[in-house]
Write a protein that binds this ligand. Structure first.
Ligand code: NAD
Length: 259
């Protein structure tokens, strides 16, 4: 395993350069440098007394719909006020430097698409979409209430069946969207290099993707300031923040290409 900083970046650039197909898998840590907290970073204010992993469940929504809907409205405001950092732009540039690249994200913040990445698979849905709780009828986003301040907020009702409307994200304990998942799994099994950025590897089944890629012979590169459950499966570990490591990686790739 290559671990040392400069050497790891160079080794990662070589692996990406040699790969006809690259898969990038991102988690909450990818958005940390844009000021969007991971679940493990304590939230402030009204939400500090709740455990985010306990708000992100169907049971919590059924028990306290206004609390959960209000928490998601707060997260949406946070995301809308944030901008993609340099690491996001580096991934857009990377798309132009390798023959084929796709991004599979566990994030629900839409920042990859806002940055300009073209092939983004959202495994856990999106904060900007809504559907009803029971039948999953789509609900128009422009009719969802958007409280201006941190507060609980009663969800609207589905216009077809009257069920409460929820954010169209995958909650803990729920199945992933079938088509996106099938595509992500196929990409993991067929990529030659996989860049794993800002995920703890604790949330299943997304955490399987790097293991599938490794098993199929891809070079697995981890970008994370801290060791994770996936570090042992990585061939190359770049210890650092996504906002710094990804631009450095793309710079190394670009320099290598012109040498
Ligand atoms: P996680 O919170 O379990 O782990 C975050 C990882 O990011 C950690 O390993 C941490 O060391 C790393 N990290 C922290 N700062 C970083 C940085 N600047 N650069 C790179 N890495 C950094 O995240 P997860 O594995 O994605 O699982 C959490 C679940 O919560 C997912 O389902 C995700 O959908 C959801 N979530 C999403 C968002 C979002 O959309 N932005 C935010 C919070 C949680």
């Amino acid at each position: 395993m290559v671990k040392q900083d400069g050497a790891a970046i160079q080794a990662a650039a070589r692996a990406l350069r040699a790969a006809p197909r690259v898969l990038v898998a991102t988690g909450a840590g990818m958005s940390q440098d844009s000021g969007i907290p991971t679940f493990r970073d304590a939230a402030g204010g009204l939400w500090a007394r709740y455990d985010p992993e306990e708000l992100a469940t169907e049971a919590a929504f059924r028990r306290h719909p206004a609390r959960v809907f209000g928490w998601y409205a707060w997260r949406r405001r946070l995301v809308r006020a944030a901008a993609p950092h340099a690491g996001y732009h580096a991934l857009v540039a990377l798309e132009g430097l390798v023959p084929e690249l796709a991004i599979v994200t566990q994030n629900v913040d839409g920042l990859h698409t806002r940055a300009g990445s073209r092939r983004v698979l959202e495994l856990h849905g999106s904060l900007e979409r809504f559907s009803c709780l029971d039948a999953r009828h789509p609900f128009p986003a422009d009719r969802a209430p958007e409280p201006a301040a941190d507060t609980e907020c009663e969800p609207p009702r589905c216009e077809r069946c009257g069920a409460p409307v929820r954010p169209d994200v995958v909650w803990f304990g729920e199945m992933l969207p079938e088509q996106v998942t099938a595509e992500a799994w196929a990409l993991a099994a067929s990529c030659r290099a996989m860049l794993v950025v800002g995920t703890s590897g604790l949330v299943q089944p997304a955490a399987q993707l790097p293991l599938i890629a490794r098993e199929a012979g891809a070079t697995v590169i981890e970008v994370n300031p801290d060791p994770t459950e996936l570090s042992d499966a990585a061939h190359i570990v770049c210890r650092g923040r996504a906002g710094a490591v990804l631009p450095a990686l793309v710079a190394a790739l670009t320099q290598g290409a012109t040498q």
